[in-house]
Design a protein around this ligand. Structure first.
Ligand SMILES: C[S@@+](CC[C@H](N)C(=O)[O-])C[C@H]1O[C@@H](n2cnc3c(N)ncnc32)[C@H](O)[C@@H]1O
Length: 310
């Protein structure tokens, strides 16, 4: 990381003494984008150009694609101040873009996100697809459980695709469930999803479901030091699960059979290197028809299995 990345204020356009005359002049959209992309590159942000575009569009309160039509347009001083504040937090505090905007799109749904929830990731759409593949009838009245719902991303996506299904979403974090409930209400599907707080299956103790999906915490505690700095802005409870990252998944697999109807399916998201261990745990617990699903980068990302016992 360059010195500028750790200590210089992010000016979103030059402000150093030698560049002062440049700071006073007006900046066009394209100039600001170039300057910021270069700055983000230098501090080690992977998606430098995209982040610059998304933040500038947010500061200007326009759609990102509109930037391309406005390349030569001068940016007003107050707009640039707004942009500068965002650029600074992105580069120096490594706050993820989703948290700077307070929202993230998932499965074409716009979700509010805060530091109380994990920002939903594109690979989690693999889990939604896997669940839907076992409920092919759009009018399905299946009972579905989303364990560790966070922002509600998975439960709300399933609710949007299977409007007759009976959906329950749980989380150990009350603060996360508050955001999930707000998201459900905002999307006008609040009355179709039941949110309950508690540890794994404890809030649904005597219930059975046709489909259980979960993106649980699965990062190994030891990996914390080598993670991207952006993850420091997400809840620890959403990320870490013991020394090999499998603490929650092991408990989930051991208890899931008691909560599945005969023939019901369990799908779990995981990190690619955990796939074989999870498959073995599922078989050992009595599951059948164990299957893998791959994310867009073709890495194993989700394992599913069928519960055929009573
Ligand atoms: C990786 S995040 C997934 C959030 C969301 N489902 C998504 O895919 O974006 C894991 C979630 O599980 C919750 N969680 C962690 N341990 C839990 C437990 N023992 N019981 C219930 N929820 C738990 C966390 O609070 C967090 O919201």
């Amino acid at each position: 990381m360059s010195e500028q990345g750790t200590s210089a204020p992010a000016p979103a356009g030059p402000t150093s003494r030698s560049e002062q005359s440049g700071a006073d002049r007006s900046w066009t959209v394209l100039e600001l984008l170039r300057w910021t992309t270069d700055y983000f590159d230098r501090v080690g942000i992977d998606s430098a150009r995209l982040d610059a575009e998304v933040l500038l569009a947010h500061a200007l309160e326009i759609d990102r694609l509109r930037l391309y039509l406005d390349y030569e347009k001068p940016v007003l001083a107050e707009e640039r101040d707004r942009f500068r504040a965002l650029v600074k937090r992105r580069a120096q505090e490594r706050v993820p873009v989703s948290l700077l905007l307070g929202r993230r799109e998932f499965w074409s749904l716009e979700l509010r996100v805060t530091s109380d929830v994990l920002t939903p990731r594109p690979e989690t759409e693999t889990l939604v697809e896997a669940g839907l593949s076992k409920l092919p009838d759009p009018g399905s009245r299946a009972r579905i459980l989303d364990l560790g719902t966070g922002s509600g991303a998975i439960a709300l996506s399933l609710a949007s695709e299977r409007p007759q299904a009976e959906i329950t979403a749980t989380d150990l974090s009350k603060a996360a469930l508050q955001i999930a409930t707000e998201n459900a209400d905002h999307l006008r599907i609040g009355e179709r999803v039941r949110f309950v707080v508690g540890d794994l299956f404890e809030p649904v103790a005597a219930e059975r479901f046709d489909l259980i999906v979960s993106n649980p915490p699965y990062v190994a505690r030891d990996a914390a030091r080598s993670l991207p700095p952006e993850l420091a802005h997400e809840p620890e409870m959403a990320l870490f699960a013991g020394c090999d990252g499998l603490d929650v998944i092991r408990r989930l697999i051991a208890e899931a059979g008691e909560h599945l109807s005969p023939g019901g399916w369990l799908f779990i998201e995981h990190s690619p290197e955990q796939v074989e261990t999870i498959e073995q745990e599922l078989t050992r617990a009595g599951f059948e028809e164990v299957e893998r699903r791959f994310d867009l980068a073709r890495r194993p990302r989700v394992v599913g299995a069928r519960w055929s016992k009573q």
